[in-house]
Design a protein around this ligand. Structure first.
Ligand SMILES: Cc1cc2nc3c(=O)[nH]c(=O)nc-3n(C[C@H](O)[C@H](O)[C@H](O)COP(=O)(O)OP(=O)(O)OC[C@H]3O[C@@H](n4cnc5c(N)ncnc54)[C@H](O)[C@@H]3O)c2cc1C
Length: 398
């Protein structure tokens, strides 16, 4: 059945996590990455306990844990008044409830953990400079076409080629991603540049009208991650463009000086105009399946895109190993298991952006009133469907 390797298009966090999961189940895997080198553009990501469940399943739990900073709380500040709205305790009580911690990690460090584990596996071939442009299949094999004109044949193709997935174009054919009009600017700064009175061991969100600022420590407290977002109805997708500080500040003139000041500590700002998509159900075309952002790209407001990609990898490996003689049924089980949970993330991220990150006036006052009235237990209960679940049970409701 699997005389040829499983091909994975894309060597991002999702693609490498899937390669690792499949190799550990005894499948040979070839990863085809478009970029000349494997890697991630620097910045941080937040990892809920569900990400740590995935690391453990994929056999990189210790290595990933060693890279993470364990923040004590999720802290929500009002960017107009510079006052605390609420915080969620991520200490012992949280860890006991969800069986794992909440961490923040540099993307490059996390990608490095997966890369090293993939390179150590005899079953995984990593190829760079291989842009996938399409595929053909005959019922038992899939032949992938590369931009170079080369073809690569495998027993299956997993499209983990991100937001602008070429594999999705063929599987779903739903056109370009939706440009959300939210512009994000990212900067990673040495910890010394961060004002001492803001060096909190927290994933902190300053929420303001149509804008917000996020910061947290990374890489053993050597650096701070700054991410600021402005809902300015930007019309075109952009990724990783360098911009001057003045441009970043322009969207934050209306917030409290203390919040504005955080931006002045940034350096080498880079801009992204964010995109997402509506959830879809058809992730499978014969022996071809989508995974990660290729399947369910989301706004970042639940901090779950990469976590979901890793959960997908867990679920896919689990289902293929459970039914090795029935790949079609295994892919269908994977799809069925993942669609609702990831759809909830996509839709909730939009809602959270609108009602928690960006409201103004009475809408913001109502947010403050509702959120400050919640206890830690309230928060934990409302997040149980997400953090208390994993790629193995893929809960979408609680
Ligand atoms: C501002 C921001 C903050 C975020 N914060 C968080 C967070 O805190 N927590 C979290 O979990 N998630 C977060 N995310 C989401 C997370 O970054 C993504 O969901 C995750 O990186 C998706 O991984 P992926 O492997 O599916 O796709 P990608 O990371 O996009 O990887 C796709 C790979 O495929 C390659 N590729 C593309 N096209 C081709 C092709 N044709 N052929 C071959 N290879 C190709 C690319 O070069 C890339 O290496 C955030 C996103 C943003 C924008």
């Amino acid at each position: 059945m699997y005389r040829k390797p499983i091909i994975i298009a894309g060597g991002g966090i999702g693609g490498l996590a899937a390669a690792l999961g499949l190799a550990q189940k005894g499948f040979d895997v070839t990863v085809l990455e478009r970029a000349p080198q494997l890697g991630e553009i620097g910045a941080g990501i937040q990892l809920g306990p569900n990400a740590f469940h995935a690391f453990d399943y994929l056999g990189v739990g210790d290595a990933a844990r060693a890279m993470a900073v364990y923040v004590d709380k999720l802290r929500l500040m009002d960017a107009m008044t510079a006052e605390d709205i609420c915080s969620v305790d991520l200490g012992e009580k949280f860890r006991r409830r969800f069986g794992n911690p909440y961490g923040v990690v540099h993307r490059g460090d996390l990608h490095g953990v997966f890369q090293r584990a993939c390179r150590e596996s005899q079953r995984i071939t990593l190829r760079t400079g291989c842009a996938v442009i399409g595929y053909e299949q005959d019922g038992t094999t899939v032949t992938v076409r590369l931009f170079s004109g080369e073809t690569v044949t495998g027993s299956m193709l997993i499209g983990a080629d991100g937001l602008w997935s070429r594999v999705r174009e063929q599987v779903v054919g739903d056109g370009k991603p939706r440009v959300t009009g939210h512009t994000t600017y990212r900067s990673v700064i040495p910890t010394e540049r961060m004002p001492e009175d803001l060096r909190w061991n927290a994933a902190t969100l300053w929420a303001g009208p149509k804008c917000h600022i996020v910061h947290y420590p990374l890489s053993g407290w050597k650096v701070f991650n700054l991410v600021v977002t402005y809902h300015n109805d930007a019309p075109e997708p952009v990724a990783g463009l360098s911009v001057p500080e003045e441009e970043v500040l322009a969207g934050f003139r209306h917030v409290h000086p203390r919040a504005q000041d955080i931006i002045r500590h940034g350096q080498d700002w880079k801009l992204w105009v964010l995109c997402d998509r509506d959830p879809v159900e058809n992730w499978i075309d014969g022996r071809v399946a989508l995974l990660g952002d290729a399947a369910h790209p989301t706004l970042q407001y639940m901090a779950q895109g990469a976590c979901m990609a890793m959960e997908d990898a867990v679920c896919l490996s689990h289902e293929l190993a459970r039914q090795p003689d029935a790949p079609d049924a295994a892919l269908e089980a994977y799809r069925r298991s993942r669609v609702l949970r990831t759809a909830r993330i996509q839709l909730t991220s939009r809602e959270v952006g609108q009602h928690i990150y960006h409201p103004a006036g009475p809408h913001a006052l109502l947010r403050n009133a509702i959120m400050s009235a919640k206890t830690d237990e309230d928060w934990y209960d409302s997040l149980a469907w997400l953090y208390g679940s994993s790629g193995l049970d893929s809960k979408a409701t609680s």
